[in-house]
Design a protein around this ligand. Structure first.
Ligand code: DCM
Length: 136
């Protein structure tokens, strides 16, 4: 059986905003926006991967709060395993996010959440995130 690669994303919420990050690479994703995160390593829990990826990409410590939305199938790439995106809301515990691996970071409110060009796999999570930003 071919294993499924799990990819995790963090909806880091502060006040009424969520942090969006603009990808630098690979070339076909450059300029698109995502919830920061990445691949879960073998033997690693989803939450540990979320904490590790946010430290590597943003230089901060976060605390995952709760899973939001479904498992979303990532677009299939040639010769790549099936991959699913899972998202958690999270809060910052230490540090101020820096774009260590991204082109730009932006704090988006419920009203501005749809103003950036999100990766397609992140789109199904936006309504869940918006309702939390609106206090729902
Ligand atoms: N990915 C995504 N949305 C996210 C995070 C990642 O669609 N919020 C995708 C982009 C890559 C794959 O998952 O195709 C692995 O991400 P990374 O390259 O960051 O490890």
């Amino acid at each position: 059986m071919i294993p499924t690669q799990i990819v995790v994303g963090a909806a880091i919420v502060r006040g009424g905003s969520v942090l969006a990050a603009q990808r630098a690479s690979p070339a076909h994703l450059r300029g698109r926006w995502e919830l920061p995160g990445g691949k879960v390593d073998p033997g690693e829990t989803d939450e540990a991967a979320l904490v590790r990826e946010c430290h590597e990409e943003l230089g901060v410590r976060i605390r995952p709060i709760e899973r939001v939305g479904p498992d979303v199938l990532l677009p299939v790439r040639p010769n790549a395993p099936r991959a699913l995106l899972r998202v958690w809301t999270a809060e910052l515990t230490t540090g101020e996010p820096e774009a260590l691996e991204h082109l730009e970071l932006r704090w988006l409110t419920a009203d501005t959440l749809s103003t950036v060009d999100w990766l397609p796999a992140d789109l199904p999570f936006l309504d869940h995130i918006r309702s939390r930003l609106s206090g729902g």
